[in-house]
Design a protein. Sequence first.
Length: 123
Amino acid sequence: MSTDVNSFYREWPSRISHARASAPDAAKGFGAMFQSVMRPGALSVSEKELLALAIGMSVRCEPCIYIHVEKALKAGATREQVLEAAGVAVMMQGGPTYTYLPKVVEALDELKPEEAAAVGVAT
């Protein structure tokens, strides 16, 4: 049975590649900003990915949720850390963000921690 999350992870690479080819300036500009902001600094990459996940939930961005759950796991975050970050987003945003909590759990269930380390998501 296909779910939104496994369809997303299966289709995203080709979708984002097509978008990059169609809008190379936007892709180049966003990519440069992403690389600059998301490198290790005062916050670890894992902490930054957890922040990005919480913001993605707050703005109800399903692709953001899937991407940042995967990137957080790849950066070393645990399932428990991902769920706590999701809980903070729910506490700050309430019911509308709570409705996106299943997306986080589905992504975690789809991406076993050992698998997430071997998978990269294009941004």
